[in-house]
Design a protein around this ligand. Structure first.
Ligand code: SF4
Length: 478
């Protein structure tokens, strides 16, 4: 990169809220800035340039997004503040009034963000041809905040965006309005991104998208309810190409709609183990069929259960995680009892719990039978307790087995911690005092549940595969 930033811009502060796709996109921006010699600092610190990537998944996320812009402006009163993301997309006016001086960037084309940055920095942007959007979309950072200090996670897992947008219009969800319809990145772009991640030393790739099961390689014909009838490539085909054409050691999918887990994907996943990791996140949202119908989800509870059974049959030892929303309109006590019983019966390894909040612009705001806040809170507490139980049971079930653990971080007590193939959290002592296990993959004999945390296990390191001293020799352009 030959461009240099104007003398005034030496640091950029980034605040990122929301999903893995936001993380992946913001990391691309961070990468661009670093290439220009600009240091990235935490979102709250004063900087010469500020980026805020917003989220609108709940009313609270919107409020946090606006708050982040206010904080950023306070920390850097004279800096350009660039605001992008889903919350800006659905309510520009709110951000214009929070900070009239902020530059609001269209979320539907992240090229606009990179162009905005280049414009601000005076960097050379090609007048024609593609903008550098195939920059590494690497992240793995905490949900809020990208900072250079987060090093360990960033060196281990890389989130690679393969798809954006959704046109399923689940009745509670604002994402189709915020991000537009499905678009897939071409396989060559994804492969180049994966190669860059590996060249940078990342040892695990997490494929990320808003509705990743609609991946079509850039072209498809659609049939009933928008389902593909033909496509240039399927998600399974993309995974096969990544496995065949790169030396990726470990690969996951961040989250996939249950109806998209087809036999082809399961076959690829089973064939390529252990490089493909036995962990799937299948959003459920409710275990009650009436609520699922009113949510506009494209399956009923029996379909979901069949998917989980097929997954478990094809991938022994797989950890199935889910999302659930409590307090959706019409979720009366009977529906809640059915939903809770169904979720409990699934024997999940992990569960994320959300409280329904009405989003202006979605169909669900018009559904009669809204649930009051105290009821939503009580149901959320009950489900969070079930989620904790599920994680602890899964962790306990791993005792006396072996795991390959990607070590990501060091605890205050000196132990190293990371995730096993099935996403179980594992803590270990380094085999020799002071050994640096960051980004190492350790084979671990799991000996017990961690007394400090019931959803974490502890084990003995049997052997260690350190990260390569030099980045692997892989071409970065497909
Ligand atoms: S599938 Fe439904 S919940 Fe997921 S992004 Fe699309 S509309 Fe939203």
């Amino acid at each position: 990169m030959t461009a240099t930033p104007p003398a005034a811009v030496r640091t950029a502060a980034i605040t990122n809220l929301g999903c893995k796709v936001n993380q992946a996109e913001m990391e691309a921006a961070a990468r661009r800035l670093r290439e220009l010699g600009i240091a990235i600092v935490d979102g709250d610190r004063p900087a010469d340039l500020v980026l805020v990537n917003t989220c609108t998944v709940t009313a609270e996320a919107d409020a946090k997004s606006r708050h982040a812009v206010r904080r950023a402006r306070r920390a850097s009163p004279d800096a350009p503040v660039v605001v992008t993301g889903c919350s800006v997309q659905v309510d520009r006016a709110a951000f214009a009034s929070v900070d009239p001086g902020a530059r609001l960037v269209d979320n539907r084309s992240k090229d606009a963000l990179l162009a905005e940055l280049d414009g601000l920095l005076g960097a050379a942007v090609p007048a024609t041809g593609p903008l550098p959007r195939a920059l590494p979309t690497l992240s793995g950072v905490e949900i809020e905040g990208i900072a250079d200090g987060r090093a360990s996670v960033e060196r281990t897992r890389a989130f690679v965006k393969v798809q954006d947008g959704c046109s399923f219009f689940c009745t509670y969800c604002i994402i189709p309005a915020a991000r537009g319809p499905e678009r897939s990145l071409g396989p060559e772009v994804v492969l180049a991104d994966v190669r860059r991640a590996l060249a940078a030393g990342h040892r695990e790739i997490v494929l990320t998208g808003i509705n990743i099961g609609t991946y079509d390689g850039g072209w498809s014909e659609r049939g009933f309810r928008g389902a593909h009838t033909r496509s240039a490539l399927t998600l399974a085909g993309l995974v096969r190409r990544i496995l065949d054409e790169t030396p990726v050691e470990r690969i996951r999918i961040s989250s996939i709609e249950p109806q998209h887990v087809d036999d082809e994907l399961l076959r690829v996943w089973a064939d390529a183990a252990p490089r493909t990791l036995p962990h799937l996140h299948l959003p459920l949202q409710s275990g009650d069929d009436g609520v699922l119908r009113r949510m506009g989800r494209r399956y009923l509870s029996a379909d979901y259960r069949r998917t989980v059974e097929r997954v478990r049959e094809a991938l022994p030892g797989v950890a199935v995680h889910a999302d659930a929303i409590v307090g959706f309109p019409t979720e009366d006590d009977a529906a809640w009892a059915r939903s809770y019983a169904f979720i409990r019966s699934l024997d999940l390894a992990g569960l994320h719990v959300f409280r329904y909040s009405p989003r202006p612009g979605t169909a669900a705001v018009r559904i009669a039978g809204q649930v009051d806040e105290p009821t939503k809170k009580r149901r959320a507490r009950e489900l969070l307790a079930l989620a904790a139980e599920a994680r602890e049971r899964w962790a306990g079930g791993r005792v006396r087995s072996a795991a390959r653990v990607l070590l990501e971080d060091r605890l205050d007590d000196g132990r190293w911690v990371g995730h096993a193939e099935d996403h179980t959290l594992v803590a270990v002592l380094a085999p020799s005092a002071g050994a640096d296990l960051d980004n190492a993959i350790a084979t671990v004999a799991i000996e017990g549940v961690d007394p400090a945390r019931a959803d974490r296990v502890v084990g003995r390191v049997l052997d260690v595969s350190p990260p390569s001293a030099a980045p692997p020799e892989v071409p970065v352009d497909a």
